[in-house]
Design a protein around this ligand. Structure first.
Ligand code: IFM
Length: 537
């Protein structure tokens, strides 16, 4: 790399302001064959256009991103600041123009976890991009596609089929989890997550499905997503084993709660594996039905048969999962209920585990199941991971426990802004920032996106008088404006196909591009477009 030192000197009078305009360009050998030459020529063209133009372009790029993502809250300045902080970092962390990179646990803001990519990219961060910048979401999933061969290698190394993604992933996608770390007493401690935290593969599959449902990007599903779903399903099909009790078990894993290692039938892992197997089979059926040419290519390349898809379905229905019909509880893993609820070898949980299932699969079980599991697991959770309180805020809000939701919301907001975990020097916790946004969108605003309609069940936090947010969904651009008292929602539809919208339990109304709809209690009415539009600008 060429490096030239430069020096500048000025004569400055007291009180005089000197402005230094510095332009630089960075290219790497990943971008072009001759990075130094490319950087020089780019810099020349930017300099020719002038510093003011570069600043104006920058401001414009940020204006567009804030327009697509800004969340506005009236009545709670701390929450407003926390959400803007979260959105700023989430926007900064993604690069829709490069689909060979993903987002590390601390983005590019610090060195903790060495830039490695974990499950939170798919489960905690991705929804933000899906609904505010789908191109960025797609690029993140393409990173997983480009690292699929490494996942295939890892599955093979585990004597399994299909694809097992790296628990900690970097440029190649090969497992990057350190086998040991040095503990506080100076001794080496084995790190088992890289071997046992298998749910990552189903998390990636979940994200593929999630992106496709929310965007309708069929080309992605047909050419990329289906392959990920099939290969990850194949991993579970070879890793789960049907035992003499007639059920399939997934043994010796670590769930999101990393305090308990080498456990059997972790609830989160098993539910996600079932989802993975079912959705792989759905994706195959969809391709066969609707994308015959893509199906022919994929099925030949991956040698997928009807029999294999049937086996996935059969296996999915025999993997042991809860909830128990009597207590409504999921047992976090086999034997968890028999542990002491204090002390070592205890029930204490590092982070949301079963509770994440409530956040991801709300519609799948009755509210009573979510309530029972939340009341059981929340008091046993110590929030030793930054990923934990935001999910609790989301679920508490959905359950209507607003005081608790507010406490968890603040706890999440203070992870970086008040360093309440003491480790902010390692960089911002991007997954936790994503969880704050998700708590707002899916818990507090209570937005539920279905096949072709939106149902709203808002629970604004105690001091929040108003909440506004934009949303992109299946090619439509919407702006939603929630009001606490009286409980009222206005939805401006900027463009896209007609859909229906309702408050939970209320009548559904058609919503069309160019119109604004107000929903209040059981009634809805067409309002004025300008109101929301100007509130957002
Ligand atoms: O992915 C997380 C994990 O869930 C808990 N330990 C830290 C990781 C990186 O943030």
């Amino acid at each position: 790399m060429e490096h030239r030192e430069e020096q500048w000197s000025w004569k400055v009078a007291l009180g005089e302001t000197i402005r230094l305009e510095r332009m630089f360009a960075v290219f790497t050998s990943r971008d072009v064959a001759g990075p130094a030459e490319a950087a020089r020529s780019h810099l020349t063209s930017v300099c020719n256009r002038g510093f003011a133009t570069a600043v104006a372009d920058h401001v414009d790029a940020w204006r567009r991103r804030w327009e697509a993502a800004d969340v506005r809250i009236t009545g709670d300045e701390d929450a407003q600041r926390a959400l803007r902080f979260a959105i700023y970092h989430l926007v900064s962390a993604a690069n829709p123009a490069d689909d060979h990179v993903s987002i590390g646990a601390r983005g590019l803001t610090g060195e903790a976890y060495s830039g490695h990519v974990f499950w939170e990219t798919e489960i905690y961060m991705l929804p933000f991009y899906v609904f505010t910048d789908p191109a960025a979401a797609r690029a993140l999933l393409m990173y997983r596609y480009h690292t699929l061969d490494a996942a295939r290698r890892k599955a093979k190394a585990h004597a399994c089929e299909g694809a097992l993604y790296a628990w900690e992933s970097a440029d190649t996608g090969d497992e990057a989890t350190p086998p040991t770390v040095i503990g506080s007493d100076g001794r080496a401690v084995d790190v088992l997550t890289g071997q046992q935290e298998l749910h990552i593969s189903a998390d990636v599959a979940y994200a593929v499905w999630y992106y496709w449902r929310a965007t309708g990007d069929e080309t992605f599903m047909a050419t990329v997503g289906a392959e990920i779903l099939v290969e990850t399903a194949r991993f579970w099909a070879s890793r789960a084993s049907v035992e003499p009790d007639g059920s399939a078990h997934i043994r010796q894993v670590i769930g999101p709660d990393e305090y308990h290692e080498t456990v059997d039938d972790d609830a989160y892992t098993n539910v996600m594996a079932v989802f993975n197997l079912e959705r792989a089979s759905d994706a195959v059926a969809m391709l066969k039905r609707e994308r015959a040419a893509d199906w022919t290519t994929l099925s030949r390349r991956l040698d997928i048969t009807d029999l294999e898809c049937q086996r996935w379905r059969t296996l999915a229905s025999s993997i042991v999962t809860g909830p128990d019909p009597g207590t409504k509880l999921f047992e976090q893993f086999a034997g968890y209920f028999g542990l002491e609820d204090r002390m070592n070898g205890s029930q204490l949980i590092k982070q949301a585990d079963v509770v994440v299932l409530s956040a991801l699969f709300w519609e799948r079980w009755p509210v009573a199941v979510h309530a029972a599991n939340f009341r059981y697991y929340a008091p046993r959770t110590v929030h030793g991971s930054s990923l934990s309180p935001g999910v609790h805020a989301l679920v508490a809000a959905r359950l209507g426990d607003l005081a608790l939701a507010q406490a968890y919301f603040r706890q999440t907001a203070e992870i970086d802004l008040a360093n309440n975990m003491g480790n902010a020097a390692g960089g911002v916790h991007v997954g936790a920032l994503g969880s704050l946004w998700q708590a707002t969108m899916f818990g507090i605003a209570g937005i539920r996106l279905k096949e072709n309609d939106i149902v709203l069940d808002p629970h604004l936090l105690p001091e929040w008088r108003e909440l506004s947010m934009p949303l992109q969904w299946r090619g439509r651009h919407l702006r939603l404006h929630f009001q606490a008292d009286p409980k009222r929602v206005e939805v401006a539809v900027e463009n896209g196909d007609e859909f229906t919208i309702s408050m939970l339990g209320g009548p559904a109304s058609p919503a069309r591009a160019g119109q604004c709809l107000a929903l209040q209690g059981d009634s809805f009415a067409w309002g004025k477009w300008e109101r929301i539009h100007s509130a957002q600008s």
